[in-house]
Design a protein around this ligand. Structure first.
Ligand code: CMP
Length: 143
């Protein structure tokens, strides 16, 4: 089953939107395979956002993502990489459709509430950056 990495960013956690965001994914039918609240170190931020190094917003991005706790999640389900991205909406909340997480709750491109892997390769890389194998739980739905 496909897995993706999703993270409620510091603005989402501080605005009390963690539950709302996770509820949307759960109601869609995705399973939470792993979850933890954590602080991101500068080193982890540099690795996670390595592809953006050199871009004008990079320093601000690292400052922001290390500024407070994030809620990191591994989601599992059919087509969850692309479906979770659809549910988040466009990176810039000003362009995100109503009904998406960023369209409903976001205002700023740098504080856009949530991150989700953009491809199967990113998902694999990001999941292994944030979680070890023992933290990712395999369970079947029995209820
Ligand atoms: P995310 O999906 O976490 O991946 C990179 C992040 O860079 C993106 O979401 C935005 O929050 C952030 N960012 C900040 N400024 C910009 C910008 N001008 N263009 C694109 N992304 C930006």
């Amino acid at each position: 089953m496909e897995q993706t990495f999703v993270m409620v960013k510091p603005d989402g956690v501080q605005r009390g939107l963690t539950g709302e965001i996770l509820t949307r994914f759960e109601k869609k039918g995705f399973t939470i395979a792993a979850a933890k609240m954590m602080m991101i170190t500068e080193e982890l931020a540099g690795t996670h956002y390595g592809e953006h190094k050199g871009k004008p917003f990079y320093e601000g991005l690292v400052d922001f993502i290390t500024s407070g706790p994030v809620f990191a999640v591994v989601l599992e389900g059919e087509n969850c990489i692309s479906e979770a991205r659809k549910m988040m909406g466009k990176t810039n909340p000003a362009e995100a459709s109503p009904g998406t997480i960023r369209g409903d709750f976001g205002l700023s491109v740098s504080k856009n509430l949530v991150h989700g892997s953009d491809s199967a390769e990113s998902a694999e890389r990001e999941i292994s950056l944030f979680f070890n194998d023992a933290e990712i739980l395999n369970y079947s739905k029995t209820v």
